[in-house]
Design a protein around this ligand. Structure first.
Ligand code: SF4
Length: 418
């Protein structure tokens, strides 16, 4: 799915070309991350609101060509100050970047390495799905420098997968994941819980299969979101499919999956992510949720540099026209920091480490105490430790709500103090 920013004050859209040289040089101390978006998919998954373009013969070579030109144009504009900055992570997201042909994505990777200061520590992830991800493609991308693969699996249950528009069965999943492991990719999969007709046993069986029958390094566990314009939401509305799990059942699924992951030796790393060993660092996924700098490439890719939000042109035609005209394929909006933004950023960064900030960092401890006492009594946070207030598994399940409540609280406290 595409990366986007937002959430701060209003601003005026301007050409990224006018801004790029200045903003990057002001941010030379902060690590930089690159996001390359491929808004194409073989077919649309039932739950997905992000589908944009169908992969057609010839799309790969043409789109890779525009990505390379985008990389070149932005390197020219932003380039001089880039050499002073470390690139922590590169993420090929989508859509389905794994639908790009082996040679095309490898060419984009080669262009990237030629123009940007990528080093052996840079995490380079390619996102994809099992269908269409061949051994040859994976080998070509590994040879070109990709070192992490993230697969949107959603479930390993063939019946549930078919109902979502996912075609590969368990045998194909096992074989494909093994190719990645054999190629020494850090291999990550996404699972969804709360699907129609899914039960707790099915989620636990997903964990068992992946832990015991594959060599994956990490796993994300996402609650199903029923987006209003998705085929799934329309099918539920028509009554042709059972409603997804309610909140009670989703909580049971999350808890059971978290227990199964712990039993299989996975470390609970961020609220929605588990890892098996320290090879898995999840750098991009963590930073993308904070206010870290992300330079975007591709149609409808989003990112930010400091308080400047960057948005790629949404349609392919507009994107290609902008690149042809040398206009960097993006526009940007400067946003003013909201009141209390510093503490809000600290909340988001700590939550990625399954913590709330230590009490010493709270802007108004007296006002926070009743709220935190309630959350402790409800079993959402544990006893304070030097790093902060740890989220329990229940706190991790509820973290989006905790985060948005604390953001509102922080804004209100800062406005009252102003
Ligand atoms: S592959 Fe990903 S982006 Fe494409 S339709 Fe499926 S979930 Fe959506």
């Amino acid at each position: 799915m595409g990366h986007g920013g937002g959430g701060r004050g209003e601003g005026v859209a301007e050409s990224f070309a006018d801004w790029a040289p200045g903003i990057n040089s002001q941010r030379h101390d902060a690590p930089l991350n690159l996001y390359l978006h491929t808004p194409f998919c073989h077919h649309r998954c039932s739950f997905c609101p992000f589908f944009q373009n169908t992969t057609k013969p010839g799309f790969s070579e043409r789109y890779a060509e525009f990505l390379c030109r985008d990389l070149e144009q932005k390197a020219r504009w932003v380039g001089p100050s880039l050499t002073t900055r470390r690139i922590s992570s590169v993420f090929f997201g989508g859509g389905t970047p794994s639908d790009l042909e082996a040679g095309d994505l490898a060419r984009v990777l080669e262009t990237l390495k030629r123009l940007y200061p990528i080093d052996t520590e840079t995490e380079i992830t390619v996102e994809g799905r099992i269908w269409g991800f061949s051994k040859e493609k994976a080998a070509a991308w590994r040879a070109a420098g990709a070192n992490r693969i993230s697969i949107g699996l959603q479930s390993t249950n063939s019946r549930l997968r078919r109902s979502m528009g996912r075609l590969a069965d368990r045998g194909k999943i096992r074989r494909t994941l093994q190719h990645f492991v054999d190629l020494d990719f850090v291999t990550i999969v996404d699972l969804i819980y709360g699907l129609p007709n899914q039960d707790v046993a099915s989620v636990v069986e997903d964990v068992r299969f992946l832990a015991e029958e594959t060599g994956i390094d990490g796993l994300d566990l996402y609650a199903l979101k029923q987006f209003p314009n998705s085929p799934l939401a329309k099918a539920v509305e028509r009554g042709s499919i059972k409603s997804p799990a309610d909140i009670q059942l989703r909580a049971e699924m999350f808890t059971a999956a978290a227990e199964a992951l712990a039993q299989h030796g996975f470390e609970h790393f961020t609220p929605q992510h588990w890892r098996r060993g320290q090879r898995e660092r999840s750098i991009y996924n963590q930073l993308a949720k904070t206010s870290a700098d992300i330079l975007p490439f591709g149609s409808s890719a989003g990112g930010r540099l400091g308080n400047v939000q960057i948005s790629g042109f949404r349609t392919l035609e507009d994107y290609e026209n902008a690149i042809e005209a040398g206009e960097l394929g993006a526009h940007c909006i400067t946003r003013e920091a909201a009141p209390g933004q510093g503490f809000t950023d600290a909340i988001v960064a700590h939550i990625q480490r399954r913590m709330l900030p230590p009490l010493s960092q709270w802007p108004n401890r007296a006002a926070a105490t009743p709220l935190l006492n309630n959350w402790r009594e409800a079993g959402l946070i544990g006893a304070p430790c030097p790093d902060g207030l740890p989220l329990t598994p229940a706190g991790c399940f509820w973290f989006p709500h905790l985060q948005s409540l604390l953001t509102m609280w922080s804004t209100r406290i800062a406005s009252q103090a102003a």
